[in-house]
Write a protein that binds this ligand. Sequence first.
Ligand code: GLU
Length: 285
Amino acid sequence: MRLSRVLRVSAVVVAAGLALAACGGGSSTSGSSGSTNVVSKAKNDKKLTIGIKFDQPGLGLKTADGKYVGFDVDVATYIAKQLGVDASGITWKEAQSAQREDLIKKGDVDFIVASYSITDARKKVVSFAGPYFVAAQDLLVRQDNTDITGPESLTGNKKLCSVKGSTPAQNIQKKYAQKVQLLERAKYTDCVTSLLSGEVDAMTTDNVILAGYAAQYPGKLKLVGKGFTTENYGVGFKLGDTETQTAINAAITKMESDGSWEASLKTNVGPSGFTIPAVPAITEK
Ligand code: GLU
């Protein structure tokens, strides 16, 4: 009698354990088998969902015929390959600036390579590998503009466009908000449209992004060219996934040393006239 009760109780415990295991802990990553570790998911599933920008020429761009091109796309593809996932196993997902932390937290993406600056505030929510590139905040104006020469010249209630949840918008709010009228949009291409139409006087984000837009509109838009911050681009993923951090850092280092890093920058960023910077040291480890 007593033994059978013990057996029954154990059966219930085992069943409950199986049910929990079947749920995969409830934090499944983009249709994966349930692992929250990107390295093991890549190894087991041979698939990854990666967040990139869709509207930043030179970095992350979805073309009219549905291709994904740019330096961030190349970095992401290289990392995926090192983790055991071919390009055909990658699902690309748009990661707008303000959505990046949420996409990672919710497990909608495995990692993000999207001009994503490593900051202390973001490091409370997500983890980073890298940096793999260093940019600087700058300004883009219309070709005929002569009075905007740097952030200090954003006076007289000038209208400036940037993107919600981006470090350049936050920097402007903190340092220059009294003098300038900041309009925050979802994507940088929204700012480009406003700048071309005359709705705003300038737009701000990282120089490498702005150089890509300037090259798209020769004779219409120009980069001011005085970087005023340091933006260390990192690969973002779930907070505390140290195995993934180590693996991604190794992939970045390999990409830099085998020539692929420079080759990708020359192809994707070179045509905009942007000077390719030196390889940065890995800080996130
Ligand atoms: N690097 C900056 C950031 O992470 C600006 C570029 C962007 O919004 O993607 O916020």
